[in-house]
Ligand binder design. Sequence first.
Ligand code: USQ
Length: 353
Amino acid sequence: MDNCVRREWDKELGTQSLTPIATMEERLAAWKQLSGKDIKFYFGDLQNYEFVEHVFRDFQPEAFVHFAEQRSAPYSMIDREHAVFTQVNNVVGTLNVLFAMKENTPDCHLIKLGTMGEYGTPNIDIEEGYIRIQHKGREDVLPYPKQPFSFYHLSKVHDSHNIMFTCRSWGIRATDLNQGVVYGLWTAETKRDEQLYNRIDYDGVFGTALNRFCIQAAVGHDLTVYGKGGQTRAFLDIRDTLQCIELAALHPADRGEFRVFNQFTEQFSVLELAERVQRVAGEMGLDAKIAHLPNPRVEKEEHYYHAVHTKLLDLGLQPHLLSDELIRELIETAQRYRERVDFNVIRPNATWR
Ligand code: USQ
């Protein structure tokens, strides 16, 4: 299911993916040619309940993987319209899925993309969804406190509450994948044909830290570290994103269970990543400079960060840890497509203030 709206946001922002993105028809045809298998495709918007209900009735899914949200923090911070769009799109889309599941496939397992950014950067360890709290002589296991970074991250907090409520009230089974920042581009499948390539964003709105630094190094742009660069986040390779979804699907939550996995493999500070890209680029003969830009966001630039992430490892996740080879491959890919990069959209525009 897709409404292909991501392509419209590129037009709105005057940017494009570093890699060319084929039309949906071309992608489906390329996969069919490679695998001999058809993928059933439904074009539509999760905000349209009739559409969502039709798909649930027609397809009768055992698992529903929901990655259909506006996922950029800066996009949600552009102005009132973008904040409202992000929260309506994300919260209403997820509510429609929950209602359609309840009405049509109550046993279906919802696998929902959440974010590590729901938790913020507390000065204590981040647990996987829940924390045991003692208060005035009593004890309970409660949802971990949320201090999200943006209106986008807030939309996922609202989703989490809605999903947890429907698990409790209707017996929905759900897994919230609280994912960190994804890097990399290909999986084994998408690498097989250029028409199957994923998008990879380098612009100041949708581009994310490590991918952006690799592309910047390749095209001769300074590496854009915001502020001091001590901001520490959880990261994972895109191949591990796919492994995690598969593991969640193969090991469904129980009826009525709202399960939370912290989906990442390593933690890095932004400056640490920029320095690593700078070193690898240097070995490739590229002179990448690090620029400390004024931070457009309101966030701590030096802080404690330690997040627990054992549940997916317990299910069998085999992490692809960040390697110099992958950084080199990303830089080489960006060099291949460098004529698609517009320097005017690299610097951040949306500010938090
Ligand atoms: N940052 C820089 N320079 C850049 C880009 C980002 O210093 O050029 C810094 C930001 O200030 C921030 C950190 O890097 O401290 C991460 O920013 P990001 O743009 O790489 O990622 P973020 O906005 O946090 O959002 C991304 C995805 C989002 C996902 C989230 C996971 O876009 O969908 O939910 O990562 S998490 O960060 O764990 O919340």
